[in-house]
Ligand binder design. Structure first.
Ligand code: LLP
Length: 436
């Protein structure tokens, strides 16, 4: 998919660049991003909104993959940006992303983080709870300014996805509960405040969702509340943000509907609800992360040791693992992979791909059909673009891999590989002179 293909040498090529050349230049493991595919996904979302004639913002959820180059790419494509921490905000500012298109999320923003957002005059703060609402009011009073906010509400939806990434259900750490009066109290407080300008409502029901039912249900629940709020407080929401969570295809078992379809159905439902309650159609904001960058990313590893467990399984280890992709260990996430240097060779065996971390759970793929892999083959694991680099870590003091963007036959390093010196840079000695 995307610009990936097999070239005349039988090698995997991405963005017009032979992956073996990438390995030669940057080593392994390495994250490779197909930039044309990210652009295509971004344009797909934006065009759907334009075609259906609604005002919209498509905010890239940068938690999926936040680096300066990625933020710049989001800017080039006219996306807005969702950040969830001072660090992600700092990255956006460092990339000179237009501040008015930055939205700040999070269930426990610190005073300093809120202050940073206010000082940079970002577009909108998505307020999650009363603690934050009070703190924000206080900061705005001190600064004599008015902050644009959305209230994050929890609509009480159980989206069908992995339990850890469910967020819209009632028993959730996020947001003001829509059913029990909390959301209405937060609304009243915001409307009364001189220091708050309430743009509308936000919800996010979960991640890696394959159907639209949950989004439509959330929209309906929110509209019936908006109706109530109009009657009681004459409040009209200018913005309705329905979050992200649109699923992608990691393996052939995954059957998400096309991205445009989610958006079309959401827009139709919002229009229907607005008509039903005789309201203006609000601006619709969405926050896709995974579906913008997930399938654009491929990780290249070098194969190493093998272990055969007779009549049970063959293990083939690679030079990375849960330090660069924690998703299999954390969520039992599944991936597909090929040998990038021998793509066209027939399948000869089934091997399980082990990472190099000292932990039995560090397995990247179970029972993968491959040609008989030796040492120093290149394994390409697909769909690692979202929550791969962004959740990478230095477990076992393994340096994080570099990130390379490929497009139109050009490879560009956008994050360099960590060195051992990087790993010890924050360490302070117990003894002043070690081995000197
Ligand atoms: N908006 C909000 C408020 C969110 O919490 C999230 C994801 C998104 C947008 C973007 O969701 P996406 O379109 O990427 O599904 N680490 C997990 C995913 C956690 C998602 C957390 N929130 C994973 O690797 O699957």
């Amino acid at each position: 998919h995307g610009t990936s293909r097999v070239n005349e040498k039988g090698h995997l090529e991405i963005g017009g660049v032979d992956t073996l050349d990438i390995v030669k230049e940057f080593g392994t493991p390495v994250y490779v991003y197909d930039i044309a595919l990210i652009r295509e996904r971004a344009r797909g979302y934006k065009e759907t909104f334009e075609r259906m004639g609604v005002k919209a913002q498509v905010a890239y959820a940068s938690k999926a993959f936040s680096t300066i180059a990625m933020v710049q790419l989001a800017e080039q494509e006219g996306l807005s940006l969702d950040v969830v921490s001072g660090g992600e905000l700092y990255t956006a500012i460092a990339a000179e992303f237009p501040v008015k298109r930055i939205h700040f999320h999070g269930n426990n923003k610190s005073r300093d983080e809120l202050l940073m957002a206010l000082n940079h005059e970002i577009g909108c703060i998505v307020v999650d709870n009363f603690h934050e609402l009070n703190m924000l009011e206080e900061l705005c009073r001190e600064k004599k300014i008015k902050a644009d906010i959305l209230l994050r509400v929890t609509p009480g939806i159980e989206a069908h996805t992995h339990d850890y990434i469910l967020t819209g259900q009632e028993d959730s750490k996020f947001g003001f509960d829509l059913q029990n009066g909390q959301a209405t109290m937060a609304l009243e407080q915001s409307l009364k405040s001189e220091y708050i300008h309430l743009l509308g409502v936000h919800c996010h029901i979960g991640s890696q969702i394959f159907e639209t039912t949950g989004f439509l249900l959330a929209a309906r629940k929110i509209f019936s509340k908006l109706h109530e709020w109009r009657e009681a407080f004459q409040f009209e929401a200018k913005v309705l943000n329905l979050g992200g969570g649109f699923g992608i295809r990691y393996t052939k078992e995954d059957q998400p509907i096309p991205a445009a379809k989610y958006v079309e159905e959401i827009i139709s439902e919002v229009k229907r609800q607005a008509r039903h309650f005789n309201m203006e159609v609000p601006e619709i904001w969405i926050e896709p992360g995974r579906s913008l960058v997930g399938d654009a990313g491929t990780t290249l590893y070098k194969t190493g040791s093998r272990k055969e467990v007779p009549n049970v399984r063959n293990y083939l280890a690679v030079d990375g693992g849960m330090s660069d992709n924690i998703r299999p260990a954390l969520y039992e996430a599944k991936y597909e992979a090929v040998l990038a240097n021998r793509v066209l060779e027939p399948v000869e065996e089934t091997v399980s791909i082990a990472g190099k971390c000292c932990e039995s759970g560090d397995m990247l793929i179970w029972d993968l059909p491959l040609p008989k892999a030796g040492q120093d083959d290149i394994l390409a694991v697909f769909c690692t673009g979202a929550y791969g680099y962004s959740m990478a870590n230095n477990y076992n003091r393994i340096p994080r891999p570099p990130v390379v963007f490929v497009e139109n036959g050009q490879a560009r390093l956008v994050v360099r590989r960590e060195t051992f010196d990087d790993l010890v840079q924050f360490d302070l000695p117990l003894l002043e002179k070690v081995n000197k």
